[in-house]
Design a protein around this ligand. Structure first.
Ligand code: FES
Length: 105
């Protein structure tokens, strides 16, 4: 595991989410009130990209079957509309140094 630079702080505006590819992994990177968080971008249900969904406060909703995850903790907030019980998302450590953003992968 190592910290990899994914961009500048200004690339991640507050209240927005963005997909970033690092070492073959797709991460979802989100700025919540000035703090940057990252979870796996691939839904644990049927692998839809969470970055195509929508963000409300700290909860992302998957575009495919509306499962919800907390972007700070990766914890599932709601199961998909199809009713299966799904796993939480993996989280990734983020650090910001000199306005540069790094994730640990
Ligand atoms: S793929 Fe995300 S809820 Fe089904």
């Amino acid at each position: 595991m190592e910290f990899v630079k994914i961009g500048l702080l200004s690339d991640f505006p507050e209240g927005k989410m963005r997909k970033v590819e690092v070492k073959g992994k797709e991460l979802l990177v989100v700025n919540i009130n000035g703090e940057i968080y990252s979870i796996d971008n691939i839904c644990t249900h049927e692998e839809c990209p969470l970055s195509d969904g929508f963000l409300q406060d700290e909860v992302v909703t998957c575009p495919c079957h509306l499962a919800q995850f907390n972007v700070k903790t990766g914890k599932k907030v709601a199961n998909p509309a199809t009713g299966e019980d799904i796993e939480d998302e993996q989280t990734f450590k983020v650090k910001v140094e000199n306005s540069e953003v790094f994730v640990e992968v």
